[in-house]
Design a protein. Structure first.
Length: 92
């Protein structure tokens, strides 16, 4: 039977792709260093370059907006629970 397919984390892929973008080492050197085929590294590098604008573009703003909405909802809930807690303390 052949080898099992490796699954790499997103952090690992980003780390290897960033090193490939830097260009300090060749693809074959990076492949030997991280035990990943150079073709895979070049694919990760291309994905990083294509999606780099997402870190600064609309996607980032939308994520920040949704996080703000979520935290606002949680702060409202905390406030309501504190008021209920104070009310119950006074009643008991």
């Amino acid at each position: 039977m052949g080898k099992k397919r490796q699954k790499h984390s997103n952090e690992f892929k980003a780390k290897v792709a960033l090193e490939a973008v830097k260009g300090v080492h060749s693809m074959s050197e990076l492949g030997a260093k991280y035990r990943v085929h150079p073709t895979v590294i070049s694919r990760w590098k291309n994905q990083l370059i294509e999606n780099a604008c997402g870190a600064f573009g609309e996607g980032m703003r939308e994520r920040m907006k949704s996080e703000e909405e979520m935290t606002a909802h949680l702060y409202e809930k905390i406030g309501r629970l504190e008021m209920e807690n104070d009310f119950l303390k006074k009643k008991l």
